[in-house]
Write a protein that binds this ligand. Structure first.
Ligand code: UD1
Length: 306
């Protein structure tokens, strides 16, 4: 297939690009390089068309979608706290960007758009595990933007027959996740600290848990979402379907790195949810999704990469 990956130089996008190239597909990347890094595409740079572009630029997106069969729409401002501080900006990127992608896809007869949504659409509702049939209740502009995008996808699929699939990512980790921002995912931060021989800071008692998922599994889900028939207009949780507490996580990283971990416990982070767990049975049944890389194996890969 000929694919466009928006945000293709970012953490998850670059892994999707790499798999597509390995599978012999033609790939075009559009990225504004605001957080994505060129070196993320170094392993495949010669085989990929890389365009500097902004999803807010409707005319540009229109141009770049031409000739593509599938669009993997990964470009977004991915930070929840940043969206709380700058809702206008994240609205423009995360909603208007999606709309521009959908309009361009429709115009050029793109077969399918696969969208990177988020567990953030569920908000703070404590019922576990999260199922796609639950009523979403986002509590941040970021969550609202991802949910709104999902609705646009479904509307375009109904109105115009454009095939769309939304994947609700839970806590994704793996190589190329930037550990250096205040919004970085906990695994990238902890791995960095542990490999430097420094203690890890746990916000709260460390009993909070997350459904961590290694990035290769997320790539598998994207490929299935692009190629499985009869799933247009659907949304899917993408996670492992298991719970790991922060204390267990720190110890597991220490184990993978072959070192003992010192934990410093501090105040809980304001706005944190206590637990997160996905029911992944819909993705399993309809997309054939099975998280084949376990957390332990993913951590081992990550530690040897870092
Ligand atoms: C994650 C997503 C976010 C999504 C949300 C939906 C990532 C990076 N973020 O946020 O995009 O909207 O799920 O529910 O995947 N922690 C520490 N010490 C640290 C850093 C973090 O103890 O140094 C703790 C946090 O307080 C939190 C847990 O680790 O309890 C996970 O934090 P984080 O990786 O930021 O992800 P989420 O908050 O779950």
């Amino acid at each position: 297939m000929r694919a466009l990956v928006t945000g293709g130089s970012g953490f998850i996008g670059s892994h999707i690009v790499q798999r597509l190239v390995e599978n012999g597909h033609k790939v075009r990347v559009v990225d504004d390089f605001s957080t994505g890094k060129r070196e993320n595409l170094d392993p495949v740079a010669r085989d990929v068309e890389i365009i500097t572009g902004d999803v807010r630029d409707r005319a540009a997106m229109d141009k770049h979608a031409a000739g593509c069969e599938v669009i993997f729409h990964q470009a977004a401002v991915v930070s929840v706290p940043y969206s709380v501080e700058h809702p206008e900006e994240t609205h423009a990127v995360n909603i208007m960007g999606t709309l521009n992608v959908l309009m361009a896809a429709r115009k050029h007869g793109v077969r399918r758009v696969v969208f990177a949504s988020s567990a953030a659409v569920y908000g703070d509702e404590p019922t576990l595990p999260k199922r796609e049939s639950m009523t979403p209740d986002p509590i941040s502009p970021y969550g609202v933007e991802k949910l709104t995008s999902e609705h646009y996808l479904r509307a375009f699929s109904r109105l115009y027959g454009l095939e769309t699939v939304a994947l609700r990512y839970f806590n994704v980790f793996g190589p190329r996740q930037d550990p250096s921002s205040p919004y970085s995912g906990v695994i990238s931060v902890f791995v960095n600290r542990i490999l430097e021989g420094k203690p890890v800071d746990i916000f709260g008692d460390g009993k909070q848990s997350r459904d961590f998922v290694y990035v290769a599994n997320v790539v598998d889900a994207n490929i299935s979402a692009a190629t499985t028939s009869g799933v247009s207009g659907r949304v899917y949780n993408i996670a492992c379907g298991g719970r790991t507490t922060l204390v267990e996580l720190a110890d597991a990283i220490g184990h993978a790195a072959g070192t003992k971990v010192t934990k410093r416990f501090g105040e809980p982070r304001p706005g944190d949810i206590k637990e997160s767990l996905a029911d992944v049975s819909r993705a399993r049944t309809e997309l054939g999704y099975a998280p084949r890389v376990s957390i332990e194996e993913g951590l081992k890969n990550l530690v040897s990469y870092a």
